[in-house]
Design a protein around this ligand. Structure first.
Ligand SMILES: Nc1ncnc2c1ncn2[C@@H]1O[C@H](COP(=O)(O)OP(=O)(O)O)[C@@H](O)[C@H]1O
Ligand SMILES: [Mg+2]
Length: 1023
């Protein structure tokens, strides 16, 4: 009979094709698009994407396909990307591909494909991986710029971790890939509960531009159609019914069933798997033998490898296999063979007898061992490891796992490297003289595992490995080795955010001898000083200085420039910021040393440190300039996602200070798009939270606080992270009218203060704390007042021992003093219960705020400046100085307007209205109404409908808030008599008899929803 084995045309699947076409069109419009295609084995995922790819190719798209291999779990890291690169090199030539990348960039790609020459050295292993990822992104970006590109990753359920990571990275960063579509297939029936692809799919599902397609079995109609297409004729109805009943519409099984030719529909095998095996059983015996051998070789086997394993020459092999190819059991390509479907391979492999299976894998391993050229370059160790393990040859499994670990390390596939090292450790006891076999002792394997665990971010496992290593090391005989293990464990604990790391780092320094000087000595000293320069571990300054200087001197003696530069930067970090010249001197020296050694990590760290120090001192412009330059350097080195993120934070921060909020937001958003590591993200969230809060977007600010809390939960306390977060949280709660909660946040945060909190981060929190006290006092609740009074004492005590370095910190100290004065007055009023303040008068308060305003002006920080001006105006007006209040108020209005600081602008407008101050030329009542937002504008029409004047409307607002006439008078800067006249007019116009009724009317009409604050809290509560 002349039946095909597969249908020449695609049956059904119109909807899914349309989804893919639409995604491609979307990509063509420059928007990112990814499609995830799930479905059981044999359902037609590959057929669908290849059909789609064919059409797209016809329309001029470049299609790059890479498949994950079942060996993946054992480590064929980055397998699909290696195939994609190979395909590209075939098309464009190695030079053509290299030409797409910034110069030198192929050094990382060389790790995947030897065609690109020698891989870069692995001195900076952790960063190399980040660079590799970025280079793949740039490569696709460049290709996409030249025309539509489709990247297809097949069978992601077999993806190794490195592949999953890179895939996730590309999808998340797809926005830069103008015109590229990513399509991923996976077997949904393989995804058991713990399958590692699951979390990735869940994560990608949350990305806006990712769509999922689930391929179902074919309908009865489509199945009939498929049968007809395959057989080339219309089979009788009973056959069609039998095929559908038996296969339930899975095309692969339909093909297998029909392959049975004459017997179509009769004598059906018991299981679907048998069905697949049956297609092999129909082949001639010698062919079957070869196919069985091939089933042990993995998804794709080279001609030469298979020939070597079978012991035939290639022509003989080809003729033995011809029937298998004719029956479509095997497919051929230029390099070798692959099964038409991996389910067929699995079925055949499962049929092998256990002894036979082990022997076959052994033959593959041996063949590769004899001639590594039989597999793709660089793959021999990994493939051997797979085969020896499957062959249950423990000795060779051990040896090859050790070699595979080294190979994976070269390709930056650290997760796979760790898996191989773990296997070595697992097999160790079962192999006599294991150490001789691999020429390495057990302890050295553990040490390698420690290093790799750090690189993969598996810090906990790293600690476990160091524990084991420390039990084995002979401290007396090898103190340096033991010291380095303590050093590693201490650093791992540090990375885990654990507080018990210092003891380990100190032990390392104690163990590694100073004489003779060694690179190890320099490194443990550098680490100890670096990891704790921020004051953990209770060092004295002298002790610290001595250790850091010894690190520099030792590194210099042994010519370890990278460590020397690192230690110099640590010295700069530890230098009191007031010695700015000395800080610069250390950094300049560090840069010079690093440049000579081409050690760009210290170079970037110098930029990070310098921008940070400058910002802390209030030199925002300079800080921004240094950070901006550093970002460019980081990008050049492919480190945009790591060091580059820290620098982006160091750029956004001064921009926020300078009031250049749109620019800062831009930097933050662009950086977040790179999906940086979690801690980096937390800094960015916090800064965007600051801007959101100042602009009145409380929801966004609340989200920022929440995500920050989540990120920082359980990490080691650090001033620079937790204190700004507590400050933001405090202000958010004040802005939301929750002074009690604000007090608690400040209370907690003060609990974290230790002997010497960093003034840079402590002052802003103290200022927020003082504001919280004032707001709490204004709430007139006895319990709250008592808490505020207690907190005030603690705040003052902390402030008394805090230095204020540089103009920004001095401005904060002045602001703190002014806020405290305000809090004192509010508390005094709350305690006396009469609203009359004692102690410092409004005149003193005004002086205090003017001083703060002046300092902010010098520091070029418009937002706190505007705030201080508002308070100064308020104090002037309270003191009866109408004209003295007008000027600062107008300036505050202009600044708030420029910044888009809506709540501040509203507070200013409100005070201006109460005091009847026009906010400047061209800003009449309309201007004021619009300043108060849309609700207020609506209220204005409402007011006119009620026939109230603007002044009466203000008075009504206070009546509705339950204020007495004297209170109204003091808030609006009018006499009590005038207030009472206004009130009776209002009652008349509203046609009500009492203040209570007037208030009820106002509430019913929702006149004042935009001004919900209680007295004074309106002034303090907002900020
Ligand atoms: N819609 C279809 N029309 C025709 N043949 C199909 C269709 N879907 C799948 N097939 C055939 O069924 C077999 C299995 O499909 P395949 O795409 O390899 O499955 P999967 O990738 O989902 O495991 C292939 O030989 C394929 O050609
Ligand atoms: Mg497939």
């Amino acid at each position: 009979m002349t039946a095909n084995v597969v249908s020449p045309i695609l049956v059904g699947r119109a909807g899914q094709l349309a989804t893919l076409e639409a995604a491609l069109a979307e990509a063509g419009r420059g928007r990112p698009a990814t499609v995830l295609i799930g479905g059981e084995a044999g359902i037609g995922k590959s057929r669908l994407v290849s059909e789609f790819a064919e059409r797209a190719r016809g329309a001029g798209a470049r299609v790059l396909t890479g498949g994950c291999l079942e060996l993946g779990a054992d480590g064929l890291p980055f397998a699909p990307f290696t195939s994609v690169l190979r395909e590209l090199v075939r098309d464009l030539g190695a030079d053509g591909v290299a030409g797409l990348l910034p110069s030198g960039a192929t050094r990382e790609l060389a790790r995947l494909l030897p065609e690109f020459g020698q891989p870069a050295g692995s001195d900076d292993a952790g960063q190399a991986r980040a660079r590799l990822f970025e280079q793949m992104l740039i490569l696709f970006e460049q290709l996409a710029e030249r025309g539509p590109v489709i990247l297809i990753v097949e069978d992601a359920h077999w993806a190794d971790r490195s592949t999953r990571d890179l895939l996730a990275f590309l999808v998340r960063n797809q926005q830069v890939l103008d015109g590229a579509l990513i399509a991923v297939t996976y077997r949904s029936d393989e995804l058991h509960r713990m399958h590692p692809l699951r979390p990735l799919l869940a994560e990608l599902d949350r990305v806006d531009w990712v769509a999922r397609i689930e391929l179902d079995r074919l309908s009865r109609g489509d199945t009939d159609d498929l049968v007809a297409r395959i057989t080339g004729r219309q089979p009788p109805e009973d056959v069609l019914a039998a095929v559908y009943r038996r296969t339930e519409g899975n095309p692969l099984f339909v093909e297998a069933l029909i392959g049975d030719g004459e017997n179509l529909g009769s004598g059906l095998p018991d299981s679907l798997r048998d069905l697949l095996v049956a297609s092999v059983r129909r082949l001639p015996e010698p062919t079957q033998d070869v196919v069985r051998v091939a089933s042990a070789g993995g998804e794709r086997i080279g001609h030469a490898l298979l020939a070597a394993v079978i012991g035939l020459d290639e022509p003989a092999l080809a003729s033995a296999l011809r029937p298998a190819v004719a029956a479509n059991v095997l497919l051929t390509d230029s390099d070798g063979y692959l099964f038409r479907h991996s389910l067929i391979r699995e079925a055949v492999h499962d049929e092998l007898l256990p002894g036979e299976r082990g022997k076959l894998h052994g033959r593959f391993a041996e063949a590769i061992n004899n001639d590594p050229q039989l597999v793709l370059p660089g793959r021999a160790p990994v493939e051997q490891a797979y085969h020896w393990y499957a062959a249950h040859d423990l000795t060779w499994a051990l040896i090859s796992a050790w070699q595979a670990a080294a190979e994976s390390g070269k390709t930056l596939a650290y997760a796979e490297q760790l898996a191989m090292l773990s296997r070595v450790l697992e097999l160790w006891d079962q192999v006599p003289d294991a150490a001789q076999q691999i020429g390495t002792e057990h302890l050295a394997v553990l040490e390698a595992a420690v290093r790799v665990a750090e690189l993969t971010g598996e810090y906990d496992r790293g600690v476990t490995f160091t524990q084991a290593a420390l039990r084995e090391v002979d401290v007396a005989a090898e103190p340096t080795r033991a010291g380095l293990l303590y050093d590693a464990r201490g650093h791992l604990k540090y990375l885990l955010g654990r507080t018990d790391y210092v003891a380990d780092l100190r032990e390392a320094v104690r163990l590694v001898p100073a004489d003779p000087p060694s690179s190890a000595r320099a490194r443990v000293l550098e680490r100890l000083t670096h990891d704790q320069y921020q004051r953990h571990g209770g060092w004295s300054a002298a002790e610290f200085q001595a250790a850091a200087e010894e690190a520099v001197a030792t590194a210099r003696q042994v010519g370890d420039r990278a460590t020397e530069a690192a230690a110099l930067i640590t010295l700069a970090c530890a230098e009191p910021v007031t010695n700015l010249d000395q800080v610069h001197a250390w950094l300049a020296e560090a840069r010079a040393v690093a440049a000579r050694a081409q050690a760009y990590q210290p170079l970037l760290r110098a930029d990070i440190t310098e921008s940070d120090v400058l910002e802390g001192l209030g030199q925002h412009e300079r800080a921004a300039a240094v950070a901006r330059e550093g970002i460019a350097t980081a990008r050049d080195y492919g480190l945009a996602r790591t060091s580059g993120v820290i620098l982006a934070i160091n750029l956004a921060e001064p921009l926020v200070s300078l009031g250049r909020w749109d620019e800062a937001t831009d930097v933050i958003e662009r950086t977040l798009q790179l999906l940086p590591p979690l801690l980096g993200r937390s800094g960015l969230y916090r800064l965007s939270g600051d801007v959101a809060l100042a602009r009145g977007d409380l929801a966004a600010a609340a989200e920022s606080v929440a995500s920050n809390r989540a990120v920082l939960f359980g990490t080691k306390f650090k001033d620079e992270r937790q204190l700004p977060l507590a400050r933001l949280d405090t202000e958010l709660r004040l802005a939301s009218g929750r002074p009690a909660e604000a007090l608690s946040v400040v209370d907690d945060a003060l609990g974290w203060f230790d002997a010497s909190p960093s003034p840079r981060y402590a002052w802003p929190l103290l200022v927020a704390g003082a504001r919280a006290c004032a707001a709490a006092a204004a709430a007139r609740d006895d319990a709250l007042t008592a808490r505020a009074a207690a907190l005030r004492g603690r705040l003052r005590a902390e402030a008394d021992r805090l230095a204020a370095d540089g103009i920004a910190q001095q401005a904060r100290r002045l602001t703190f003093a002014a806020e405290m004065m305000r809090a004192d007055r509010a508390l005094a009023g709350a305690v006396n219960g009469d609203g009359a303040a004692t102690g410092a008068g409004p005149g003193d308060l005004r002086v205090a705020w003017d001083a703060a305003a002046q300092a902010w002006e010098t520091a070029s920080e418009p937002y706190p400046l505007a705030l201080a001006l508002l308070r100064s105006a308020e104090a002037a007006l309270n003191a009866g100085d109408h004209d003295g209040g007008a000027d600062p108020l107008r300036r505050a209005a202009a600044l708030a307007e420029q910044l888009g600081a809506v709540p501040l602008r509203d507070d200013v407008a409100l005070l201006a209205r109460r005091a009847r101050i026009s906010l400047g030329p061209g800003e009449g009542t309309d201007r004021q109404a619009s300043a108060a937002g849309p609700t207020a504008r609506d209220s204005r029409t409402e007011r006119e409908r009620l026939g109230l004047t603007a002044r009466e409307f203000e008075v009504l607002r206070l009546v509705a808030a339950g204020r007495s006439n004297p209170e109204i008078a003091s808030e609006l800067f009018i006499s009590a008599k005038t207030a009472s006249v206004h009130v009776s007019n209002i009652l008349g116009k509203l046609g009500v008899a009492s203040r209570g009724e007037a208030a009820a009317t106002a509430h019913r009409l929702r006149l004042f929803d935009s001004f919900p604050e209680p007295p004074q809290a309106s002034a303090s509560g907002r900020r």
